[in-house]
Write a protein that binds this ligand. Structure first.
Ligand code: SF4
Length: 365
């Protein structure tokens, strides 16, 4: 079996080079070609000697996800639907499609990426939940969702790149592959995305938050809150039964924030469900003990799921209540609505051929 190169760390590539009889710096050159120059064809890696490239061509491979579709929005966003090969074992042998979204704006581009094909978490407002978990993505498949859009837009890139792990999947349930991908994305001598410009969004997997807190390389953390008490959250996000609000907020209080960092809380506003002033008051109680946090209120996009939009007045009252209690709170609209920019949307359409315009995510941080 040829060895997959994409997703390997500099150390792994160096070990590979030496195991093939090359000096160790050839591994560093390979790392540079793959991740900095974004060369995915060995024949183009002109820094490597022809004999080494030939050896690599015989014994290794570079597998990019296949771009099944590109949907371009009038706001400049491009939504990618990627096909991935089925997993290796029987349990994960369903073919997988995942989505990534490239969103340009002044001075930066934001790329929203997936970490799993489908998702097992079952949030009631999310289309990806309807896929169930198909399989975890590998580090290479996660990193490729950044490299491909960067390469495609290389002539019009803005100075900064933001990465949000808010596409399909719960990143903390694919912990090892996600953190391996983050080490590649955030390597200052590699792809060099800033941790300040990278956000991992979780549904509230408490052991994963505790584990992430100990990682040397880690992005900003966002919590998908969406409810103000356990009863509500149990109904909207059944994962709350396993990790209820008290445990989640304790993990948030104990999370070691760096000097520049704050915890982001995402709150999808669901009309008549979680958007009352009483909800706002309970959210303040939950968040008040935290050192530094911000809230993104995400207006619901109406569609076939059984939820309704909150009125602008209701969102305004909710936002003002939090701001007056010193919690910075923003209203964020999702991008690329005209290309169905809902997490899980395109993959679900592939399976059902039934377009659905709901769009809980992604939103810009
Ligand atoms: S919102 Fe995120 S965690 Fe919840 S089901 Fe969808 S993809 Fe999974």
């Amino acid at each position: 079996m040829p060895i997959e190169l994409l997703g390997k760390s500099k150390t792994e590539l160096t070990d590979l080079a030496t195991s093939l009889g090359e000096p160790s710096y050839r591994g560093a050159q390979l790392y540079q070609s793959l991740y900095i120059e974004r060369l995915f064809d060995l024949s183009q890696m002109s820094t490597l000697p022809a004999t080494f490239r030939e050896r690599l061509a015989n014994e290794t491979k570079i597998t990019l996800p296949v771009i099944r579709q590109r949907y371009k929005s009038h706001d400049g966003s491009v939504r990618y639907l990627f096909s991935l090969p089925p997993g290796d074992d029987r349990a994960t042998s369903r073919p997988a499609s995942v989505e990534a979204v490239f969103m340009p704006s002044d001075g930066r581009q934001t790329i929203c990426i997936s970490t799993q094909a489908g998702c097992a978490v079952d949030c009631q407002f999310c289309l990806t939940a309807q896929l169930g978990l198909i399989r975890n993505l590998t580090p290479g498949e996660i990193v490729a969702q950044v490299l491909i859009p960067l390469e495609e837009h290389k002539h019009a890139l803005q100075p900064n790149t933001n990465i949000v792990l808010m596409g399909q999947g719960e990143p903390l349930l694919n912990f090892d592959n996600v953190t391996a991908a983050l080490r590649l994305l955030l390597d200052p001598k590699g792809i060099a995305i800033s941790p300040k410009h990278t956000t991992l969004s979780t549904s509230g997997i408490v052991p994963g938050i505790e584990k992430l807190a100990k990682e040397e390389v880690r992005p900003g953390l966002a919590i998908s809150l969406n409810a103000s008490n356990d009863e509500q959250r149990d109904a909207l996000m059944p994962i709350n039964k396993k990790y209820p609000l008290a445990a989640l907020m304790k993990a948030c209080r104990e999370y070691p924030l760096r000097s520049w960092e704050y915890l982001m809380f995402e709150y999808v506003m669901l009309g008549g469900v979680n958007d009352s002033l009483a909800d706002a008051k309970r959210v303040v109680k939950l968040l008040a003990p935290l050192k530094a946090c911000k809230v993104n209120l995400i207006p619901w996009n109406p569609g076939s799921l059984p939820f309704h939009e909150s009125s602008p007045e209701v969102i305004d009252i909710f936002q003002k209540h939090l701001i007056e209690r010193d919690i910075p709170t923003f209203v964020r609209h999702s991008r690329g609505r005209d290309v169905m920019a809902a997490c899980g949307q395109l993959a679900l359409n592939e399976l059902t051929s039934a377009p659905n315009p709901n769009s809980p995510l992604p939103v810009l941080p």
